[in-house]
Design a protein around this ligand. Sequence first.
Ligand SMILES: *Cc1c(COP(=O)(O)O)cnc(C)c1O
Length: 377
Amino acid sequence: MQNKKIWLSSPHMGSNEFKFVKEAFDTNWIAPLGPNVDGFEKDIVEFTKTGYAAALSSGTSALHLALILLGVGHDDEVICQSFTFSASANPIVYQGATPIFVDSENETWNMCPVQLRIAIEDRLKKGKKPKAILPVHLYGMPAKMDEIIKVANEFQIPIIEDAAEALGSSINQKQCGTFGEIGVLSFNGNKIITTSGGGAMISSTEAHVSKARFLATQARDNAPHYQHSHIGYNYRMSNICAGIGRGQMEVLPARIQKRRENHAFYQNELAELKGVSFLLEPNGFFSNRWLSCILVDPSKTNGITREDIRISLEKLNIECRPLWKPMHMQPIFENSPFYGNKVAEKLFENGLCLPSGSNLETQELNAVVNAIKACFA
Ligand SMILES: *Cc1c(COP(=O)(O)O)cnc(C)c1O
C-alpha cells in the first residue's frame, strides 16, 4: 500500500495568498467586505472579461441568488442539467420551485439542446413556462452554448450558467460563465482554485450583481437604522477568504495548464488500453480539465468495469470517484420530471474521475497509470 494518499483534487496554494491574508489582519479588515473582496472581484472581472462580479460565500449561494434575481418562486419550474452535482439543483428547491431535469449529449456530457427543446415544448403544453435554464460545464468541459442559447432565445427563457467547475474554460475564447444572463463560479476546496470556501456571481448586467450584493448582506435598505423591505441572506465572501482568492488568481493560468497536462498524460499513457476512452474537446472548445475522467466500456475490456478499476485504485490509496450520479436517479428528486434517454445514466455507470490536482507529482501520476494498467494485465 502506498503511504501517501493520492488525492482526487486538493488545494494548491501559490506564493502570495498569505500576503493578502496578512494584509487583512494587519489592517483589521476581518469582515465580509474590504480591499481583498474588491480586489478579488476586479480580478474575476478581468480574467473572465465580463462586466461585473460579486464574491459570495459559495457557488451554491450564487446559484440561489441567481434564481431569486430571475424571479424564480413557489411552484415555478426551472430546467436543469440532470448530470451534475446536487448543488446545481438544490437552490431551485430552496425557492419552492421544481427542477425539470434534462439529459446530456455524448460530445460534452452536458445539457442536450435537443432534449432541452423537447422539455420546454412539453412544459408549455402542460401549461407552465420554465423560468430559467441551468446548464452546467461539467469537469471543465463547456456545454454546447451556441445551441442552448438558440433554444433559450427562441422561447425567451434566461440562462443561469453553472460554471462552478469551469473557471478558465472557453468556447472560441469566450469564457464560461459569460454566456448566460448570470454565471456562477465556485472556489470550494476541490475546485481549480480555492478560497477555502467561496463562490461568485458574474454578469454583464450591473443591476443583477449589485442586487446580489444587497441580498447577500441581509438586504439593508438605505437608512441609519436597520430597515428591511426584502428578505436578506448572509452570503457575502469574507475579506480573509478573498485574500486567498487574490493569490490564487495570480496562479490560475498555471493551474489550468497543469490540469490540462495531467489530462494529456493520462490520455497518452492509457491510449493502449482497449475500451478506455476520454472526453475530447470539440472544435473551438477549451476545457480547464478540472477533473480528468475516463469511460470504461466492459464490452471492449474483456469485462473489466469502472468499479473494478476504482476498487483496485482505492486499495492503493488512490482516490477516484465515479462520475456524478444524475439528479433524476437521486431519491430526493424522484418526483421531478426528466427528459432524455440513457446518456447521463451510462456516463454514471461507466465513468471514473482520476486524480487531477495541479499539485500532483510525476511519480504520483505514474502510480495512477500503473495501477490502471495493472487492472488490464
Ligand atoms: C462545486 C459545485 C457547485 C457548488 O459550489 P460550492 O461553492 O461548493 O457551493 C455547484 N455546481 C457544481 C457543478 C459544482 O461542481
